[in-house]
Design a protein around this ligand. Sequence first.
Ligand SMILES: [Fe+2]
Length: 170
Amino acid sequence: MTSTLTRPVEGLTDLVDGIRDAVAAHTDWAVTARLVAEQLREHLPGPDVLTAEQRRGSPDDYVAHTLHVEPDGTFSVIAVVWRTGQRTRIHDHVTWCALGVIQGVEHEELFDADLNPIGVSDNHVGDVAGFAPPGDIHRVRNTGGTTAISIHVYGTDVSRLGGTARRYYD
Ligand SMILES: [Fe+2]
């Protein structure tokens, strides 16, 4: 996933403060993901956290907009915009992640280490989840009729790393 750092984003202060406290607890990744997911549930922004232009997405591929990078590099907040039918490759992650859907529907498929399907879920507006490697191999697709948007929090500085996928499984 590529991402572009855009303008400073208003309306994320409470969320970012809450994530900062959760991350400062310095517990293991699975617990951090759960604590951050709780903050997302409590402070999930609306689609207007993005500009109208950003909310349109792109005909080429799903687009990630970096909304916040914590100065000490411990976490980043990203919005991902998917038009109908757009999807990720099968991948896992370099760190913990928490995410919440703020528009549309995202269909997620989970896989085991041998790439056998082990579960699916449809995530709607307000649905929040947190996960941490290992066991985080998945693929996400917009199966709805409208553009989908979700907020992702990753436990790293995405601007330095250039993305959060550890590996692709094609
Ligand atoms: Fe992912």
